[in-house]
Design a protein around this ligand. Sequence first.
Ligand SMILES: NC(=O)c1ccc[n+]([C@@H]2O[C@H](COP(=O)([O-])OP(=O)(O)OC[C@H]3O[C@@H](n4cnc5c(N)ncnc54)[C@H](OP(=O)(O)O)[C@@H]3O)[C@@H](O)[C@H]2O)c1
Length: 252
Amino acid sequence: MQDKPIALVTGANQGIGLQIAKDLASNGFTVLVGSRNLERGETAATEVGPNALALQLDVTDQASIAAAAARIHDDYGRLDVLVNNAAISGTNRQPGQSVEDFAKTTRPSNVSLDEMRAVWDTNVFGVLAVYQAMLPLLRKSTAARIVNVSSGVGSLTTNSDTAFPWRSIFGPVYPASKTALNALTVAMAIELEPEGIRVNAVSPGYTRTNLNGYTGTETVEEGAREAVRVVLLGPDGPTGTFTRWENQTIPW
Ligand SMILES: NC(=O)c1ccc[n+]([C@@H]2O[C@H](COP(=O)([O-])OP(=O)(O)OC[C@H]3O[C@@H](n4cnc5c(N)ncnc54)[C@H](OP(=O)(O)O)[C@@H]3O)[C@@H](O)[C@H]2O)c1
């Protein structure tokens, strides 16, 4: 058995997930660097340092998820922290395309249903599938917690406010996938409340990563910090919250 707490971060081979992995490792965690491509995961784990290990994990592939859970079971017998970070913004985003232009191609009237299914498969069903596979391992921990990396663009309350400047980009693909993830977060928090397992959603803010063609304004260090803060909350931390740095509540 490992003395250090064990965290799994999905989609940790680049971007905010990689930074979350680095921050958790420097806070004393053994970090499992989830990556759909094992080689890229291994490169990332080397960058994180000696407390990191790459784990092949494609959140849309049930066999990959089951194998990852079996590996964690065999190596550690438990999981203390699950950060559901992996996500995609689309499958055919053009390089250099602005968020606004991309949103125009994914309105309710013109969006491809296949595109919507592909994004929800990763951002919504992928999270639920990983949750189901990892829950038995989280239940073996004495201080288990789950952080879902969501986005402020998924807030129905904010997008219903006509004064919100970004509401024109709200649409069925990426933004609504985060709305659905928020709903899953509340459902998970309710389910696990009696067991004391905390489940919270966080928003990184508009961060310079592959997801938005590196157009974001925040650094990955800034993007990772709310997720890390919530992971590091003590056993009395809240559950069922949706926050951005630093502990600012975002309305569902
Ligand atoms: N960047 C922002 O402005 C922003 C704002 C709000 C919320 N977020 C959220 O922050 C999280 C991290 O995104 P990011 O900005 O860091 O984007 P990113 O750099 O594109 O990283 C996304 C990660 O998810 C992985 N991934 C995609 N599909 C996967 C799958 N099927 N199985 C496993 N991993 C998969 C990617 O792997 P590959 O390298 O193999 O593609 C990559 O490692 C996401 O949940 C995103 O929605 C980002």
